[in-house]
Design a protein. Sequence first.
Length: 319
Amino acid sequence: MSHLLVIGNGFDLDLGLKTRYSDFASSGMWPFKDAKTPLAEYLESLRTTEKWLDLEVALGEYADADEREFHIRRISPETNRSDYNTLVQSLCLYLKGEQQQEFDEHSTAAKILKRYIEGASIGFPEEYEIISFNYTDINLFAKKIGAKEEINLSHVHGSLETNDIILGFGDETDSRPDSVFMRKSFNVNYQPISVLERMADADEITFFGLSFGDIDYAYFDDFFTSILNYDTGERSVTFGKKELTFFTYDETSRLSILENINRRTGRRISSLYSFHNVQLIRTSDPADSKKIENYFARFDKALEEDRELAEYNIERNVE
């Protein structure tokens, strides 16, 4: 059985790290407290007035804003680019410091990571793959909890390790010419990975800490459309019945995930449950502790089966 772990910022938060954009904005690393240029002024105004600051949403709103609506002076792309580069560099410095902090090795996220490390070490790294929408270095976390070698990991938006993070808005957002360079797919570091094909190949997919909001939903749109057409044959990629587990923080985020997927699939969320084995698990709710136990029990059984298969293969090669 092949396993795929797809992680968003909720994974890092479950580890106990302060990796929200709002954490960065309230830190000493925030670069725009004395803002004097339009983009910097706009982000600073949001930082001081909004409880939660989502930088990618903010960049998209800025890029799509009418100059008169936000009182934006007519400026050159170079001025915006300078502020953007300052923002990215400061964010990288903040997150590099944060990922060096001690994290909760007893958290649900850490326990899952340990099992993916174990699966890879058995001799089947291709069967235990991680796709990260985060910038933080998962291999760094893995080494802290016992990994001897790098795990099978792909970063969708670049990573701190390679200094190529991609911060910005998606293709669906309109932009003024002076801000179009902040579109993710226009970034010089943009190298798309085959998220759909990897999800198609996996028997069990665990989503941890993803909101499935508008900015990154494009990566999952074809997947959910295809698996919701499970019984019709109307799909570009062949899917079998899958084990789908969504780890999220609480009831509010659980409902938000369901509503986001339901809205983007033509109100067909009930079909997802009909065609596949689906569960949503709230990591902060004691009521879901049994679900977490069952998840790990099923995963451990798969690990044991792979361990036995690896031992059999070794014995056969010896003979």
